[in-house]
Design a protein around this ligand. Sequence first.
Ligand SMILES: Cc1ncc(COP(=O)(O)O)c(C=O)c1O
Length: 362
Amino acid sequence: MRGLVNEHILKLKPYVPGKPIDEVRREFGIKDIVKLASNENPVGPSPKALDAMKKAIGDVALYPDGSCFALTRALAAKWGVGENHIICGNGSDELIHYIGITFLSATDEVISSDVTFSRYESAAVLNNCEYKSAPACRHKYSLDEIAARINSNTRLIIIANPNNPTGTIVTKEEVDRFMAKVPERVIVVFDEAYYEYVESPDYPDTLDYVRQGKNVIILHTFSKIYGLAGLRIGYGIARPEIIAGLHQVREPFNVNSLAQAAATAALEDVAHVDKIRKINAQGRDYLYAQFDKMGLPYARTEANFIWVDIKQDCRPVFTELLKRGVIIRTGDIFGCPTFIRVTIGTMDENERFIKTIKEVLG
Ligand SMILES: Cc1ncc(COP(=O)(O)O)c(C=O)c1O
């Protein structure tokens, strides 16, 4: 590919997705498989979202509404902002991509943290920018380390809060202190994909920064608590000038019509979100108790997954779990080869995971 593909594009590391269930079925000939690898919602979407999709299916011969009118209006009402503060994307992944191409030029620098979501680095590399990864501290983003790396070339800082894969958060106090040090021309992205799972009272209200007119973009998704990962839909909230810039690069029909219908209906089903949150909290406490008994250290999570130190090479453990029909995510892809990340599933799935990992670890 050298000489054919742009040099900086060749530097992009391919995204490593969670292993799909069908692939495990094909490779190992197992039928009964539990996937706890991609932080999906184990219960699925709201029945209201499913109904809305069924109704919308009759219209798939038509292009979707490129402006996501109804969903944008519903989101604006939910967050108490104007519709010009919202942009919808084909997953929040697409919005991370748009943020990169809208705001980055070749001499710019992007800062995020070690042990975090890989798409941030991709956005930097894709735009031929330098990516700086600040050291994390005890499985947490260190905003002080990030602030120490800001220079006149810094354009974008991306903070996953809660972080993937560790599930930890940065607090309101930490974020306030950090924001006071960030120069005006720097855009700060708070990727809040797991927002709805957070229980900590110290979690920051980043919308406050948007209200103050700061260069802040908040990302949310329907892939996690809303259980719509397969439809690919997420959204961003920012001041209108930022949103208008992102719309400049948006594909005309980037969010499909089923996704728009399902997401709009899902927003109304607050009871379903509460139910998922409760199931997640029960599963989390069960898994904590089991890891404690097994003597495996883990990071306390504010999301729907747990980052666990299995104190041995995660790759063979991953393979042995796969052979027994349990898919998890290995820590090596995040630079931590003795860690695994396990999504909190239904209680049956959690129990199956624990039984299997006990078998594998011996
Ligand atoms: C922190 C974080 N941001 C963004 C995403 C992408 O979500 P989406 O499905 O909306 O593209 C994920 C998915 O795992 C994630 O963990």
